[in-house]
Design a protein around this ligand. Sequence first.
Ligand code: 9D3
Length: 245
Amino acid sequence: MRFDILTLFPDLFSAFVKETIPGRAVAKGLIDIHLIDIRAFAKGPHRVTDDRPYGGGDGMVMKAGPIFRALQSIERAGGPSRVILLSPQGEPFTQARAWELSGIEQLTLICGRYEGVDERIRAECVDLELSIGDYVLSGGELGAMVIVDAVSRLIPGVLGGERSNLEDSFEDGLLEYPHYTRPRVFRDREVPPVLLSGDHEKIRVWRRTQALKRTLERRPDLLEKAKLTEEDRRILADLAKGKAT
Ligand code: 9D3
């Protein structure tokens, strides 16, 4: 899988590409990350990439020409491709969207800056506009890293020896149960005895109960879409009655 990232700040990606799981996937040859400096496609001695908005108002708008030429410079990898604009106006990026994108051979990510990009880039070039959440960032670069991270760890082989992404939070729609490791006592807090019992069935039920309890308390919105078994529904009923802990 190949990612082409269009940005005015390619240096922001150097530690990301060197140090992260996607970075290791690059080293393993499973993914390619190409950084494209939009400024290299700007014209004139000053290589201007932004301009004042028609109609007036504060702030600057990214010019269409440099982004368009940067897009034209990308070699086609062959398989299906998608051009994604990161913007606060985009659809929310979700785990379901990450799975969908992980099946596409080539993703192009356009990172906006300033007030945004000229609307004609959207109209001419963009297949999908994504936001990573309801907060204000300074540009699309962190959004692009979020998408590369979430998508590339779904590609077979990227998560080497680490636990499978099927166990991840959000794959079954629940938050995770609490984790403990040594020491058994830390600042007078003991590891729940069930985890030391060696009774794997009891441990499984306890973990499932904790996952359901956390989700109910912190993210009740997730329970509506979660994949729940008959056992889960019974545990939830017990939690509601104050029976399970
Ligand atoms: C302060 C500027 N805002 C005017 C009211 C609009 C605005 C423009 C551009 C706000 C943020 C940005 C830059 N953000 C992104 O490019 C961005 C983003 C985000 O801000 N939040 C969540 N996801 C994303 S993806 C790209």
